[in-house]
Design a protein around this ligand. Structure first.
Ligand SMILES: Nc1nc2c(ncn2[C@@H]2O[C@H](COP(=O)(O)OP(=O)(O)OP(=O)(O)O)[C@@H](O)[C@H]2O)c(=O)[nH]1
Length: 779
């Protein structure tokens, strides 16, 4: 048995980021750049970020070899331990002297006051740190369903993800959502079973739920090491003290006197039982990797497979998503986090390993190709854009071209993020996640390159396969914004604050596209639409504390939608006089119910009739886009109760535009024509349904179910877990307002629930429809 410090295996890394006093002395032996002292941290009134400014000669370039970079997202159901795990990673990487705790409100990544007060993650936080000669750019994402868009946009810019499960709960509702989001971007993943210190933790149950719910094949690489003494000392815990690494054939015991930063490592290669388990593991991996299978056949032995061969095979398996490596630990008890970091380097891809799969990225060659995934407004630094560089290099002061908005922009400064501290660098290269300042016209989802001519040459390469409303510009695929399911009115506490409120909401909406701000055309009230009660509550809180605007929120309402059940066609002549010039449009549009009702955006199609073809062949791409804009604006507010109109197909049958007619008039004509069509159609409401997962003490489950049955709940399944019943089903969201209080009362506090948006469904019952109308009119 021998003792090593995990720090010994850490090489000094010149890009290790050290920010301010907090991060000056490193605990794990990483040699830090001492030139960054507390005096370099500026305190700026109202500022959202602390800037660490390096002295001129110290300014580090953010340019690093892509092969040594890992961009990972940490994703999970709420409370699985994402922030706790991230905090331990930063501690072992030497960036913080002591790991903070969520319940103490002192973690690095949960830095918003609202996060610290509530002990939950609300916004994603980006941190960069060095580990064994590599840079890990990590995004800690929220687990609460209301902030699912935050997860979505973060996963868009990482190359892989670590999915954390609470080992006593297995796959939970939000795990399914984030797993699906990661699948949408084809991200290779590893799974980390956290909270193995709990006596109710069960590896077997977790692996089963991974197979059955996530529909993937888990490959367990480690085994837990328990100690009776530790179990007795903890009282209720499992007595977890370490893990067995079957790939390396080592037993790792984490020294709690230094919060696990030292690891007692024991060679176990002569333990016959564990050798057998390793052979089984090799055998299992070879089922998914032909190279490893050939090695075994050649050597006629699974035992002769080296650790390197095993790990290379496992990386191929993880990258191809044939199966998913599973690791275990307890971040809170400081067990298993360093091996998880090693797994990130060993099994997850570097930035350029996978990007050739993206046709648009490849078309940029070595030119700059960057994706803005988040914008924030700092009162002192102005707009800050979080961006992932896929190709090329970005330099301070450089001009950029926003391909999505076809506008030129100029970067003022470039920073590398470390949660709420940012450090200025002069340049950054492909594979990095950075913040740039100075971009006034860039929004979430925009593609940035170096110039208009680069964009045009990329477009020429992509030209093949383009259709009339297809890829018109060389843009990367964006992030789809989920539909808001709740809304409420907002009013300033005093009229004098109206302007400040409008400005603050504009800012918040720009930062968070899942928040919608509209003015009700009938009442002129400002209406906020968002993802849930907590989402809107946080917005309210931020208005008060960050923007210093006192406001009152109206009653929370469910966001319904409208759709049509009949077809309609209108030809209108739209004429306006502007600046002494006559503008006129003759347009015919046809609306009808969509066959495939999946709430996908409505795209205007051209009519196909013989007589139409001649007229429509003259329609330009630009005119079609303006008509699309007009249609979209009309569909935002339906004729029944001004809810958005979905699941409608729109066909353009005729268009005549007088010479000199302005673009806005064409847009307005299209909008007006669609409104007329819908006025003449039979319209119905759609209401949102959610998937509900309730975990409740067995003694209260029938009372909970009785109550749910009065709420139009459809039960899908009932499970038993550690003496609790887990009820899974679907219910209309309108029936669940304030459900947390109701459940608490019925179950005497012994029930928890999580819900997530499932789908919209038509309200068929006239009484239910009248209830909605009454509710909204009274609003
Ligand atoms: N017993 C035990 N508790 C843990 C462990 N890891 C985290 N926790 C606790 O679980 C709770 C949630 O931890 P977080 O790290 O905030 O979880 P999260 O996934 O980041 O939560 P959200 O971001 O809000 O979704 C906290 O009280 C942690 O102290 C663990 O390994 N064992």
């Amino acid at each position: 048995m021998f003792l090593i410090s995990s720090s010994k295996s850490l090489t000094t890394y010149r890009s290790v980021l050290v920010f301010g006093n907090r991060f000056r002395r490193c605990n794990a032996g990483v040699v830090c750049d001492e030139s960054f002292s507390s005096k370099n941290v500026f305190s700026r009134a109202g500022a959202r970020f602390k800037i660490t400014v390096a002295r001129q000669h110290d300014k580090l370039s953010g340019v690093v070899e892509a092969e040594t970079v890992r961009n990972i997202g940490i994703m999970a159901h709420i409370d699985a331990g994402k922030t706790t795990t991230t905090e331990r990673m930063l501690y072992y990487a030497g960036l913080i002297q002591n790991p903070g705790e969520v319940h103490h409100g002192d973690t690095v990544t949960d830095f918003m006051p609202q996060e610290r007060a509530r002990g939950i993650t609300i916004q994603s936080a980006v941190v960069s740190f060095g580990w064994k000669g590599h840079t890990i750019n990590l995004i800690d994402t929220p687990g609460h369903v209301d902030f699912t868009f935050e997860v979505q946009r973060s996963l868009r810019v990482v190359d892989s993800a670590v999915a954390i499960l609470d080992a006593s709960a297995g796959v939970e509702a939000q795990t399914l959502t984030v797993w699906r989001q990661a699948s949408d971007y084809n991200l290779p993943r590893v799974i980390y079973l956290n909270k193995m210190d709990k006596s109710s933790a069960s590896i077997e149950m977790c692996l089963k739920s991974v197979s059955s719910k996530l529909k993937c094949i888990p490959i367990l690489l480690q085994e837990p090491v328990y100690s009776k003494k530790a179990a007795a000392a903890s009282g209720t815990g499992s007595g977890l003290v370490g893990i067995i690494d079957l790939a390396e054939m080592k037993r790792l015991i984490f020294d709690q006197s230094c919060k696990g930063s030292k690891i007692l490592v024991e060679d176990i290669s002569d333990n016959k039982q564990l050798v057998r388990k390793r052979c089984e593991l090799v055998d299992r991996i070879s089922d998914f990797d032909s190279e490893l299978a050939s090695t075994i056949i050649e050597r006629e032995s699974t035992e002769a497979v080296t650790t390197d061969e095993l790990k290379s095979a496992l990386k191929r398996v993880a990258v191809s998503a044939a199966a998913v490596p599973v690791l275990i630990g307890s971040s809170y008890k400081n067990i298993g986090v360093q091996p998880l970091l090693d797994a990130v380097l060993e099994y997850l891809p570097h930035p350029i390993e996978l990007e050739s799969n993206d046709r648009v990225v490849s078309a940029y060659g070595s030119e700059l190709c960057s994706f803005a995934f988040k914008t924030l407004h700092d009162p002192q630094l102005g707009p800050l854009t979080f961006t992932r560089i896929f190709r090329g290099v970005i330099k301070t002061g450089q001009k950029l071209y926003n391909v999505t908005r076809q506008k030129s922009e100029k970067i003022t400064k470039i920073y590398r993020p470390f949660a709420d501290e940012i450090r200025e660098v002069e340049s950054a290269s492909a594979g990095q996640v950075i913040i740039v300042s100075g971009l006034n016209n860039t929004f979430t989802g925009d593609t940035l390159t170096s110039s208009n001519s680069v964009s045009s040459s990329v477009l020429r390469k992509l030209e093949k396969g383009k259709d009339k409303l297809g890829v018109q510009r060389a843009v990367l695929s964006g992030v789809s914004v989920p539909e808001p399911v709740f809304f409420c009115s907002v009013e300033p506490a005093s009229l004098s604050q109206q302007k400040a409120l409008d400005a603050a909401l504009e800012c918040l909406q720009r930062e968070d596209p899942s928040l919608q701000v509209n003015v009700d055309p009938d009442t002129s009230q400002t209406v906020l639409s968002g993802m849930g009660e907590l989402h809107l509550e946080i917005i309210h809180d931020r208005l008060k504390n960050e923007f210093k605007v006192e406001s009152d929120l109206g009653k929370l309402q469910v966001a319904y939608k409208e759709t049509t059940t009949t077809a309609s066609a209108k030809r209108i002549s739209f004429e306006r006089k502007l600046a002494d010039r006559k503008h006129s449009v003759l347009i015919e549009l046809e609306t009808h119910p969509k066959d495939n009702k999946n709430s996908t955006p409505t795209v205007v199609r051209l009519g196909t009739g013989k007589d139409k073809l001649e007229n429509l062949s003259q329609v330009t791409d630009k005119q079609l886009r303006l008509i699309q804009n007009g249609v979209e604006s009309a569909l935002r507010s339906g004729p029944k109760l001004s809810f958005p109109v979905v699941d409608v197909d729109i066909v353009l049958n005729h268009l005549e535009v007088a010479r000199g007619t302005s673009e806005t008039i064409l847009e307005a004509a299209a909008a007006s024509c669609v409104r007329e069509c819908l006025q003449d159609s039979s319209m119905v409401f759609l209401e949102p349904f959610v998937q509900l997962e309730i975990t409740v003490d067995e003694n209260y489950s029938s009372a909970v179910l009785d109550d749910l049955n009065r709420r139009r709940f459809t039960l899908d399944s009932v499970d038993t877990k550690h003496g609790n019943k887990v009820l899974l089903g679907i219910a209309p969201l309108s029936e669940l307002l304030g459900y947390s209080t109701i459940l608490r009362t019925i179950s005497s506090g012994l029930g928890t629930y999580s819900m997530q948006f499932s789908h919209y469904n038509r309200i068929v019952n006239v009484m239910d429809e009248n209830k909605v109308i009454e509710q909204i009119r009274g609003f």
